[in-house]
Design a protein around this ligand. Structure first.
Ligand code: FUL
Length: 605
């Protein structure tokens, strides 16, 4: 399994008088030496290691969620279970469009909400009347799961299902009969739609519901009620290569990262204990000494909600937000499960698809040229580094400008690195680099499958990577260096005309520039502060405009009222101005030293 030329043994010719007997002896000796050598050179696993299926899953890196159900027609996030079947009649349902958008957005597969909490089945299940078969869509002959599974196959994407354990429609929910029903449904999904790469069981369980007309609250114990062990056995039998995501009871193959905001901890161990509770910090950071391999999957939506709501058309995540999400998921030893909601007409909204495609393009743009490839890499002994495990010195041919660093461990043998250090030699001086997406400390802790470090651009002649602490000898299989463009190109939101090349950058921590290629007629500036914290929230501002970087016209100044307690979008409107550059000066921050933002929009005419 371990492919490396280092296992080849070089032999020299031996001049021996060979008889049959000693030929046999020589052959056995050689075989022995060869085996011993392989065993000596092949790394020994340290601690828990991934299965082949977990590895394959991790290598997918990004895949999509599609949320589509009755909620799409009621404009809700959760359905109650009594929504009328007449509501489901999409005029233009096109699973090929979903698959194409996902593929062009860099997604390697799709996980579909075959059944959400409302209990409505997107396939004609034989076990309930509450499904597409009793809707006006295609006169009840349609099957969304089938259409999507086929579309994925055509586009070369993998396919997976979300089957909500909680079912607010089913009369028996809460009783043993429902568990049988649930397994019957799962069996349909696992046997009729080809290969399934992941099975997703949501953790939201029990509560109010319609439950066949009972209209009551039904509480269950998510750990015991569903009999997960039996269900898992069935999955292993029917889809032996599927990985299981389970937030409710028995430990699956993957774990939730404790938030739907789109980030996992910068320290991220792919380990957990097989049994026991999983409080937020375990989900978010993993468990350094966990006894099982349970890697984190970062799930988030491209919009604020999981289902489509027209009011969110102007809140599709910006490109910079999506890149931030990428760095804080794939760049932190996790995968990214990015949701695209479906509109009532049965398609993905153009803003979401354009944004997804731009996101994928930007990832390719950032990681186009590995500047470490042509540089000299020298192995460093512990005594030559600041760490006790040695490291690598990357010497560039000439001073090189960069702002991203990528490291990967060979996780087949376990996750080992606990802390590392990055230093760049700039103008003859060694400076420490820190992950600027991390608030406390330098963020240089775990590596795992992949770690991406973002730091302000430096121009350096050498880069020193030292491993400060590790559980066992580190097996680093990749060290790369990139120079991400100092701009984040954004694309137009539907309705409003935004520049197709919105560049945002920070010349200093309290100043933000937005720079267009061409003059714009600007009518408003919008700021979404960082959510859930005071740090970096701009409370008082001055907004300036310019065409030439030297003559600045003051556009507006003032306060964002109540922004700390209610951190919603803030809009500064003004009479239209013609400008190429906008500058926001943070006059006061609620806390901290650096402007923070979750999103920025500029409205142009
Ligand atoms: C949550 C659910 O309750 C949401 O509706 C959504 O499906 C999300 C992915 O998981 O727990």
């Amino acid at each position: 399994m371990y492919q490396s030329t280092q296992y080849f043994i070089m032999t020299t010719r031996i001049n021996l008088h060979i008889t049959r007997v000693n030929l046999l002896i020589i052959a056995s000796v050689l075989l022995f030496v060869f085996t011993v050598n392989i065993q000596a050179q092949k790394p020994k696993p340290y601690g828990p290691v991934p299965t082949e299926d977990q590895l394959r899953w991790q290598e997918m890196e990004m895949y999509a969620f599609i949320h589509y159900s009755m909620n799409t027609y009621t404009n809700e996030e959760w359905g109650f279970g009594n929504e009328s079947l007449e509501l489901f009649n999409p005029a233009d349902l096109d699973c090929r469009q979903w698959a194409r958008v996902c593929k062009q957005s860099g997604m390697k597969g799709i996980i579909f909400t075959a059944k959400h909490h409302c209990g409505f089945c997107m396939w004609p299940s034989a076990y309930t009347e509450y499904s597409v078969k009793n809707t006006p869509w295609k006169q009840g002959k349609g099957d969304v799961v089938r259409e999507l599974a086929d579309a994925c196959k055509k586009e070369g994407l993998k396919f997976a299902v979300y089957l909500s354990p909680w079912d607010r429609n089913h009369p028996e929910y809460g009783r043993p009969e429902y568990v049988t029903y649930f397994r019957n449904q799962l069996r349909e999904l696992l046997t009729q739609y080809g290969d399934i790469f992941e099975v997703w069981f949501d953790g939201a369980n029990g509560g109010d519901g319609w439950y066949g007309g009972a209209n009551e609250r039904r509480r269950i114990d998510g750990k015991t009620y569903y009999g997960w062990a039996e269900t898992f056995r069935m999955i292993r039998e029917l889809q032996p290569h599927a990985v299981i995501w389970n937030d409710g009871g028995d430990r699956g193959d993957l774990r939730w990262v404790g938030t739907e905001a789109g980030n996992v901890g910068e320290t991220n161990w792919s380990l957990l204990n097989k049994v026991g509770d999983t409080p937020f910090h375990m989900l978010h950071f993993g468990l350094e000494d966990g006894d099982s391999w349970v890697p984190g999957e970062t799930n988030t939506s491209i919009r604020p909600g999981w289902f489509y709501h027209p009011t969110e058309d102007s809140n599709v995540k910006s490109l910079s937000k999506l890149m931030d999400t990428y760095y804080k998921s794939v760049g932190r030893n996790s995968t990214l499960l990015l949701n695209f909601p479906i509109m009532p007409n049965g398609r993905i909204h153009p803003t979401d698809s354009l944004r997804g495609i731009a996101f994928n393009k930007m990832i390719h743009e950032v990681f186009k040229t590995d500047l470490a490839k042509k540089a000299k890499k020298t192995k460093l002994l512990p005594s030559e580094t600041t760490g006790k495990w040695g490291g690598t010195l990357i010497t560039f041919k000439r001073p090189t400008t960069f702002n991203r660093f990528v490291a990967e461990e060979d996780i087949r043998y376990g996750q080992r690195v606990k802390a590392f250090k990055l230093e760049a030699e700039v103008d003859g001086r060694w400076v420490s680099l820190k992950d600027e997406l991390v608030e406390n400390g330098d963020g240089l802790t775990t590596i795992g499958y992949r770690r991406i470090i973002c730091f302000p651009t430096v121009c350096a002649t050498q880069l020193r990577f030292s491993i400060v602490d590790a559980k066992a000898e580190p097996l680093i299989k990749r060290l790369s260096v990139y120079n991400a463009p100092a701009l984040t190109a954004d694309i137009p939101d539907s309705g409003e005309k935004l520049s197709s090349s919105l560049h945002i950058f920070f010349p200093n921590p309290k100043q933000m520039f937005i720079d267009y290629d061409q003059e714009q007629n600007i009518t408003a500036f919008r700021y979404l502060p960082p959510q859930g914290k005071r740090d970096g929230v701009v409370t008082h501002y001055t907004l300036w405009a310019s065409n030439d970087w030297s003559n600045w016209q003051k556009v507006a100044s003032g306060e964002f009222s109540n922004i700390v307690n209610n951190p919603i979008w803030q809009t500064i409107r003004f009479a239209p101005i013609k400008a190429k550059i906008l500058r926001l000066d943070a006059e006061r921050l609620a806390e901290g030293e650096r402007i923070g933002y979750d999103d920025i929009e500029v409205v142009t005419e």
